[in-house]
Write a protein that binds this ligand. Sequence first.
Ligand code: UDP
Length: 323
Amino acid sequence: MRCLVTGAAGFVGSHLCSELLEHNGKVWGVDDLSKGRQERIAELMENPDFIFVNNSIGESAALSAIVKEVEVIYHLAAVVGVKQYVEDPARVVEANVCQTAHLLKLAWQYGKKVLFTSTSEVYGKNKELPFVENADRLYGPSDKDRWSYAIAKSAAEHLCLGYSRKGLPVVIVRYFNAYGPRADSSSYGGVVTRFISQALRDEPLTVHGDGCQTRCFTYIDDIVDGTVKAGHVPEAEGRIINLGSKRETKIKDLAEMISEIAGGKKIVYQPYREFYGPYYEDIPRRVPDLSVAEQVLDYYPQVPLETGLKKTLEWYKSEQDFI
Ligand code: UDP
């Protein structure tokens, strides 16, 4: 299978490229390296079946040439990270909507299948758990910049479904809090890698609010497994599919777990406003319904949280440049 992966030097993108190459594929990886890091794909660069193109999605000529060549496009390039949403919401909307629109136009022109990676963020603060794919979306006001990402990814989903209605094969997957080696550990990254990097730097783990907010953390291998299946299985076309894990974890409990496996670290509580500023609103609970993934993709996440956290911690210990 010949594939294009956008966002190839990102956290999920780099793992996905490795997995696609394992299946004897040929992979074109596109990334403008704005947030992507070349170190993530250093090993892949030695593989003759991996072609890296340092380019933005907006640059048409190079991208059209690749789209013509491939059978499936995995569109992962995105501006992601909660701190990013409150610091530069315009960029979040522009990148996530406009790039997707551009890519879909090319896919339509050449009749190529698209797998679009969306997010559990689109459910917003809907209180009806677990989240099923056709659940309502509930967001706060426009002046809470946090919602810029959910709105942008929702708009991009509408674009995808619009092309799907016209006959383009499109699959949408919604990720639930992916974590693992190579994730961004800066203040723009997710909570798991934040806590791990704090623990390894001997800093206190910073729990926001009262720490009772919950997430279902999903190890990268499971995320990649579901994504590859979603790109292959014909029954997935035209559908939205949650990819996550079912174990609901409070952030304060996550901090305890990481503190323990890191040998006992201090945990502190930090007001949201101190970290995110005034334009933030948290999502209290987030849990996926995985029935569609189970039925359509035979997707069953395999990596328990304890195992995934240990593996991730060990990886960051050995890769100090990523901390
Ligand atoms: N969080 C935290 N400490 C941190 C980073 C995040 O307590 O250093 C909290 C954050 O406020 C949220 C949860 O962890 O309630 C998950 O945040 P993340 O940025 O991973 O992504 P989200 O699931 O909100 O998109």
